[in-house]
Design a protein around this ligand. Structure first.
Ligand SMILES: Cc1cc2nc3c(=O)[nH]c(=O)nc-3n(C[C@H](O)[C@H](O)[C@H](O)COP(=O)(O)O)c2cc1C
Length: 160
């Protein structure tokens, strides 16, 4: 019997600067689906036209994704028919509908399909939370990373 294997080429572009929370999530997702990983601060050039599926993620800083990530998403040229997904870690992940708005708007302008969004809790010692020892200590934890892997697999499909 012959099988037709369709390879989805995927990339994950991310920024993570508070505690490396989003870095952990991005790495777990990339390993789960075999995605190429681009850490924006490394300045390694990502030509997103090479990819069928692209994930964009960062921590949430001042109610949105990192400005470099939003700028990169706005400037990037994506392949026709490419799908994207959005992810983040945040101190208050239950407000992700709000936190993802700016990046979602940039991606929507490009006419690409947003295949899914995920926001996980991330250790947060910013401002007032620092004074009380931070919130979400130990997050993302093992279960969060497993959730991230399942999320990425569900989007990339069974071939990944
Ligand atoms: C400058 C700054 C601003 C932040 N603003 C928000 C915010 O608006 N909403 C929120 O839920 N979390 C906010 N956080 C918490 C981070 O989103 C959270 O700690 C995240 O997991 C950091 O990810 P990273 O370690 O990958 O940078 C902020 C953190 C920092 C340092």
């Amino acid at each position: 019997m012959m099988y037709l294997v369709i390879n989805v080429r995927s990339a994950i572009v991310f920024e993570s600067l508070h505690h490396g929370n989003t870095k952990q999530v991005a790495e777990a997702m990339a390993a789960a689906i075999g995605a190429d990983l681009f850490y924006l601060r490394d300045r390694r050039r990502a030509d997103l036209q090479d990819y069928d599926l692209v994930g964009f993620g960062s921590g949430i800083y001042g109610s949105k994704h990192h400005r470099d990530l939003i700028g990169f998403a706005a400037r990037s040229r994506l392949r026709k028919g490419a799908r994207v997904f959005i992810f983040s870690t945040a101190g208050l992940p239950f407000l992700s509908g709000l936190w993802h708005r700016a990046l979602r708007a940039e991606l929507t302008k490009k006419g690409v399909t947003i295949a899914g969004e995920l926001c996980l809790p991330g250790y947060d010692t910013y401002a007032i939370f620092g004074l009380i020892g931070g919130i979400n200590r130990g997050r993302p934890g093992e279960e969060d990373l497993e959730r991230a892997e399942r999320f990425a697999r569900s989007i990339a499909g069974p071939e990944s």
